[in-house]
Design a protein around this ligand. Sequence first.
Ligand code: SIN
Length: 299
Amino acid sequence: MISSAAVSVADRVSEPVRSYSQITVEPLSPFVGAEIGNVDLSSELSDAVAEEIARAFREHGVVFFRDQVLTPEQHIALARRFGTIEINRFFKTVDGYPEIAEVRKEADQKSNIGGSWHTDHSYDQAPAKASLLYAREVPPVGGDTLFSSMVAAYDALSPGLKATLERLKAVHSSRHVFGYTSKGLMESDLKGRISNPELATQDALHPVVITHPETGRKALYVNANFTVRIDGWSSEESAALLGYLYRHAVRPEFTMRFRWRQGSLAFWDNRSTWHLALNDYSGHRRLLHRITLAGTPLS
Ligand code: SIN
């Protein structure tokens, strides 16, 4: 068997290497994910700490914090430190806190939220910048979340395919996922956790390769959940190209797997990563709170 070409860690570096003085940052894989220490997210973050967290977020695509004790108010205050909160139209929200979407699966429920590779809100004209997911209750084992770097996935493509992709746009939609035409939703036990199908009216056109608005790095910006076709291509033609990209984008070396504990918080960049919630914990409850930050149109 011929092994695939190694992807270089040096390709990942997007900012001048500067060390961290306020926080600890331990990369969890070469291309995506880092655990941050020495921070209490329940307290007001100093500018220096917030700047270092934002830098680690840009550099690693997703950053994780452990053993945090946050009230909903503190979760909201933390999110506001990094952007403007965008209210999700479809998730049930936490009572009294419309800013916080509930990612819940009860012990007797079958379907989970976010169980296929995606990036949040790509169906919007100005897709979400980031999400902050906080674990309130997790199964004893299982329910991990996978992340993949769309910067690493793009970097590893051939120059020829990169040049082709850079001329293309893709159509993203919320209709087939959250709307009345969503077979998966209508026939599953997600009802009540996901609602408002009448609001699933969003379609958006985005470049297949975006330039990250903060790092300037190029990233693949299509995903299996919300992208419906390449603009100007038939569904069949689109499926062939997108199918290849979706397989390529989750090569194991571009991914990492996060094991939650109660009090863990993940803060991910929706422009440079994908994520997927594993559904392997039947008989147990899993409850997380998610806040999404508004983004800008992508180019
Ligand atoms: C999501 O897709 O936002 C949920 C991810 C998770 O539950 O791990």
